[in-house]
Design a protein around this ligand. Structure first.
Ligand SMILES: [Zn+2]
Length: 325
């Protein structure tokens, strides 16, 4: 396992006993962001995707980071996006699924959910020639049926759920652990939870912290890191992309959502700061490495917190009743 150097002047103080962090990037392009909000996208091009991807790849390169990219599989139909995805794979990043068309799974029929989950994995694997082990639900909208389909489709992990905030109810369990765990009894699917943020009102990952200020990230990370659980640091393309021209903006909400009040330079500087702060507390590893450590720990006690990884205690009471009866 390798400790990755910080992009700025701050030196990492982590060692083998430090908690792990993985870097994720959701590849929501302009077209999909507008579709999910019901706004009209007026172009055949997607400058948000193109400029966001190029700049994110350079940002990770400079920082020595190998990230996991959550791809919306319909983007494989766009030759320019496909080329950027192949470039990301050449640079050593992992590919995971962010569904087929980026519609909220909880609003779909069973057949549509199955297609979003199964077909995205198959297309990404066959057209990019990679193993696709992870899934993240669009808008973090998850229900139990979808989670069971994700397991059935052969994914090793899901990373869509925040502990708290009603997410446990959505998948019909009593509570969600902030450590990686198996949320479904008798299934091998691992949940890599997104970082808990209670009692803050919003998650503290970079897009919210760019909107609300650096203090928000510092506070959220400080609260979360006290538990020592692995951190999923989740970036989005809009954190890195060029500002879209004014004629792309349907309303004020879009301007805020796409962070157009911040220059590219400001966003990059603040993203580098958030990454540096993370590297002072966490050992950065790839998602594949983290999963290997988790499965290893299921066979032999995990060195630091044997009780926390693959915690069975959060399975629902109804499951226990079913098993007992
Ligand atoms: Zn998304």
């Amino acid at each position: 396992m390798k400790t990755i150097g910080s992009p700025g002047a701050i030196q990492s103080q982590v060692d083998e006993t430090s908690p792990r962090a993985v870097i994720h990037l959701d590849l929501d392009g302009g077209k999909q962001i507008y579709r999910v909000h019901g706004w009209r996208w007026r172009s055949l091009d997607d400058p948000l995707f193109a400029t966001g991807m190029r700049r994110a790849l350079d940002f990770f390169e400079r920082a020595g980071v190998k990230a996991t990219l959550f791809v919306i599989a319909e983007d494989l139909g766009d030759a320019r996006k496909r080329e950027l995805l192949q470039e990301a794979i050449r640079r050593g990043h992992e590919i995971a699924s962010h569904s087929l068309t980026h519609r909220k799974l909880t609003a779909l029929t069973s057949g549509e959910k199955r297609r979003e989950i199964f077909e995205s994995r198959e297309r990404l694997a066959s057209e990019l020639g990679v193993e696709v082990r992870g899934f993240r639900a669009p808008g973090f909208a998850m229900d139990r049926e979808s989670l069971e389909l994700i397991d059935e489709a052969g994914y090793a992990y899901d990373s869509s759920l925040f502990p708290g905030g009603g997410f446990a109810r959505g998948i019909e369990v009593d509570r969600l652990n902030e450590w990686p765990h198996s949320p479904l009894a008798d299934r091998r699917l691992v949940e890599l939870p997104l970082p808990a943020y209670d009692p803050l009102p919003f998650p503290f990952h970079p897009c919210y912290s760019l909107m609300l200020g650096s203090w928000y990230f510092r506070l959220g990370l400080w609260r979360f890191q006290r538990a020592g659980a692995p951190l999923v640091l989740l970036f989005h393309l809009a954190d890195f992309a060029d500002r879209l021209p004014n004629d792309y903006m349907p309303n004020m909400m879009a301007r805020l959502y796409l962070l157009t009040h911040l220059s590219v330079e400001t966003r990059l500087r603040r993203c580098a700061w958030m990454l540096s702060l993370t590297q002072r507390k966490y050992q950065l590893v790839t998602t594949a490495d983290l999963l290997d450590q988790i499965s290893e720990s299921a066979r032999t006690p995990f060195a630091s917190r044997p009780d926390k990884i693959i915690d069975e205690s959060c399975h629902s009471k109804s499951q226990e009743r079913r098993v007992a009866s």
